[in-house]
Design a binder for this molecule. Structure first.
Ligand code: PHE
Length: 450
């Protein structure tokens, strides 16, 4: 017997746990910062509504209909399409390799906060702190390893227990602490520039690259395109209403991303950091915000603890895709599969961990390992996976079948017509256009052509 979520709430908690993570707190703010602020946010929202939510409905439906994890789900409907599941499994390996790197940074920052070492508002000090970590291979790998160990440990304990229960406390706490940071951040002198930067789009900044990054960010953030949601959906009971869930999760996820942007970017401008800082943005900026508020160090510790929790509920969902593939399709045992896959992912992550410091050489064209994994997952693999998902639902499984599955729990899918048009035409065309740009951009980066 396959495991089931103990309740619909269990699924909602786990799926939003997968969605809400470093993508919202760490990646969204720096992506927005690097891609023109408001222009990026606007495209992000547009893509979320028109592409992200329809795909979320598709992925959950596919999982629940087949009751199989991603590889088996595609295979059971059309064996020729099982490669999409395979692509998702590969993507899971690379994405977690890169994710665990950043997960490791979070653990390091948590440790440093506990030791009181983040107490400063000085951009240079905080910049150096991050820079020094990037140049300390032993620490980087140690914390990355610890992050993977915890991820493996949780996955080993199977689905639908402790973690879901813990997220009932952890996620609301994260929400509250972000609100507290926002209050401090937007009351800093000079923060208005940051708020405007985030919410007033400069239309001249909109171009194909910004669109590509915004779309990649949507997929990364709502965990679409590699089978996580299909796999999680497969544990759903036939009587659960999947429509509310499908829209609630992306909306909640986006709310957290916007709030994280609002916590970080106003402070970036007020305290003299650079919005285009890149992957270090959250780590460099937030300690300064904490240091300028009462009980700052306590909040700082709590914040990194909650970020770690959010990151883990995402990383377990990535590992779960690979593990369930080997357990269900290859009939391997769960424990050794988890351990072996976890170790392979750790090894795969080593070059990414080192590549913002000691190994900063370009491995392919203009890309170091970290950028390579990042681009390869968000812009190429997830976007390709999302494209194939929409083609699959729109043209292979057919929307009518999907609607039947959705309505089988006794609900009426009121927007079925709109959803059908989106999934068959608009979503594939929109993703297709951007995807071509992503491939060209990726090839150019590899060949070092600007
Ligand atoms: N959505 C997660 C985050 O925002 C990352 C993720 C991507 C998880 C793809 C699973 C699959 O942090």
């Amino acid at each position: 017997m396959r495991d089931k979520w103990s309740s619909n709430l269990g699924f909602i908690l786990a799926a939003s746990g997968s969605a809400i993570g470093l993508g919202n707190l760490w990646k969204f703010p720096y992506n927005a910062g690097a891609n023109g602020g408001g222009a990026f946010v606007l495209l992000y929202l547009l893509f979320l509504i028109l592409i992200g939510i329809p795909l979320m409905i598709s992925a959950i439906t596919l999982g629940r209909k087949t009751q199989l994890s991603v590889f088996g789900a595609y295979k059971s409907i059309n064996p020729k399409w099982s490669f999409v599941g395979g692509l998702g499994v590969i993507c899971g390996f690379i994405i977690l390799a890169f994710y665990s790197t950043v997960g490791g940074w979070v653990i390091y920052y948590l440790k440093t906060a506990i030791l009181g070492g983040l107490n400063s508002t000085d951009p240079i000090f905080l910049g150096n702190l991050f820079g020094n970590l990037m140049n300390s291979p032993v620490e980087l790998l140690l914390y990355q390893f610890i992050f993977m160990l915890i991820t493996m440990f949780i996955v080993l304990k199977g689905i639908s227990n402790g973690i879901e229960k813990a997220s009932k406390i952890m996620m609301p706490s994260l929400f509250i602490i972000i609100i507290i940071i926002i209050i401090r951040s937007i009351t800093l002198n000079g923060s208005l520039v940051g708020i405007e930067f985030l919410f007033i789009p400069d239309f001249s900044k909109i171009n194909m690259d910004v669109a590509m990054n915004a779309l990649g960010q949507v997929f990364f953030s709502i965990s679409i395109g590699m089978g996580t949601i299909v796999t999680y959906g497969s544990y759903l009971d036939k009587k659960d209403n999947l429509l509310t869930t499908s829209s609630m999760i992306p909306l909640l996820d986006t709310l957290i991303a916007i709030l994280a942007g609002l916590a970080i970017l106003p402070a970036v401008f007020a305290l003299g950091f650079e919005p285009t800082e890149g992957p270090g943005l959250m780590f460099i900026t937030l300690p300064a915000v904490f240091s300028s508020m009462p009980l700052g160090n306590l909040f700082c510790i709590l914040f990194f603890l909650l970020v770690l929790f959010a990151a883990l509920t995402s990383s377990i969902s990535m590992l779960e895709v690979a593990v369930s593939y080997f357990v269900e399709e290859k009939k391997k045992k769960r424990v050794p599969s988890t351990v072996i896959i976890g170790i392979i992912i750790f090894l795969l992550g080593i070059p990414a961990s080192l590549s913002l410091g000691t190994w900063s050489f370009k491995v392919l064209g203009t890309l170091n390992f970290f950028d390579l994994y990042d681009k390869l997952t968000a812009n190429i693999l997830l976007t390709t996976g999302a494209f194939l998902l929409t083609i699959f639902i729109g043209w292979v499984l057919k929307p009518e079948e999907a609607i039947k599955e959705i309505e089988s729990s006794g609900i009426k899918f009121k927007l079925a017509n709109i959803w059908t048009i989106l999934i068959k035409y608009l979503v594939p065309i929109a993703i297709g256009i951007i995807l071509i740009n992503s491939y060209i951009d990726f090839i150019k980066s590899i060949l070092n052509i600007s």
